[in-house]
Design a protein around this ligand. Structure first.
Ligand code: ADE
Ligand code: ZN
Length: 338
């Protein structure tokens, strides 16, 4: 099937973890440079230790897969390199705009880095990448809920110290163990700082997690969110308000939160008028590109070609950009393709 991506319209991805997106070659390079032990010496041999083939039994087992990616984040230069290469990879995939998200506490933990230094390095790397590769970038800071309420307050301090380098803040990690309602004060601070809000919800927990993320934290978009399909009132609310879902179909198979592409609830949600966009989530773990997600959305998930084309438009609509910036992206794309 020909690609459903419209080459004359901006291609945007809104849900990609830069700390879940480290190249195999970079893992090997950094390990060599810093004398770190990896389980293999070539990309081919390293791939099975990093990439998921099949599925992990659940979200937490999936997150344990980040082990080798975190192992090589030895200093701020490594974080800067990973952020820069994420933008280069986005350019190679044909993206015009990408929102890259990262958790400074998660990236800092293994080698005891200063989370504020990690934020500065990611902002610097992404800005350099934007200048070099011509892809527009929006950075989203993550609070890793798995570390608990106090640690997330400190993580937020690090993020807000660089607030002008960010477009928004997210909450990720163990959704079922650390419900959204615990993080009300954190997201009050986020909104007071003028940053936008997206929350991982309705992935490893049910519809109440989505309701709470919207009601208690002010989520304007939901990461994953497909379990909203279990509550007709929530489906109607999402359709009515236009609060959109950042859909990551392959990631959902890899976390065993959806069993098969054919079973993905996004089809019913889209039929009910819920807005969504397509994303890779953690391409360095799932070994996918945005083009792959557009391909399987129609061929395997069963979305209609019209729904997939609409999702490309909604990705730009849902972006944490001003209306003027959205218009500018459309204009630039028309100029590029004429
Ligand atoms: N961090 C990276 N990927 C994630 C996911 N799919 N859910 C929650 N936290 C994550
Ligand atoms: Zn995610």
């Amino acid at each position: 099937m020909a690609s459903l991506i419209d080459p004359r319209y901006p291609l945007c991805e809104l849900h990609r973890h830069l700390d879940g997106s480290v190249r195999l070659g970079t893992l090997l390079d950094l390990a060599r440079e810093h004398d770190l032990a990896l389980p293999a010496k070539t990309e081919e041999d390293l791939a099975p230790h990093v990439h998921i083939d099949g599925a992990e039994p659940g979200l937490l087992a999936f997150l344990a897969r980040f082990h080798w990616l975190l192992e090589v984040l030895v200093d701020e230069a490594a974080c800067r390199r990973v952020a820069f290469e994420n933008v280069e990879d986005a350019a190679r995939e044909g993206l015009d705009y990408v929102e890259l998200r990262f958790s400074p506490a998660f990236m800092a933990e293994r080698h005891g880095l200063d989370p504020r230094g990690v934020v500065e390095a990611c902002v610097d790397g992404a800005r350099s990448g934007q200048r070099e590769f011509g892809v527009r970038v929006g950075l989203i800071g993550i609070l890793s809920r798995t570390y608990g309420v106090e640690a997330c307050a400190r993580e937020l301090d690090a993020l807000l110290a660089c607030a002008d380098g960010l477009v928004g803040v997210d909450l990720a990690g163990d959704e079922a163990g650390f419900p959204a309602g615990l993080f009300v004060p954190h997201f009050r601070r986020v909104r007071e700082a003028g940053l936008r809000v997206t929350i991982h919800a309705g992935e490893a927990d049910g519809p109440e997690s989505v309701w709470s993320s919207i009601r208690d934290l002010g989520a304007e978009r939901i990461g994953h969110g497909f379990r909203a399909a279990e509550d007709p009132a929530l489906v109607a609310f999402l359709a009515e308000t236009g609060i959109g879902l950042e859909c990551c179909p392959t990631s959902n198979l890899h976390t065993s939160t959806v069993r098969r592409y054919e079973d993905h609830p996004i089809r019913g949600l889209a039929d009910a008028g819920v807005r969504f966009c397509l994303n890779t989530d953690d391409p360095g773990i799932s070994a996918i590109t945005i083009g792959h997600e557009y391909d399987i959305a129609a061929s395997s998930v069963g979305l209609t070609p019209a729904q997939v084309r609409q999702s490309q438009k909604d990705a730009l609509e849902m972006a944490f950009l001003s209306d003027d910036d959205k218009k500018e992206l459309i204009k630039q794309k028309v100029e590029k393709t004429n």
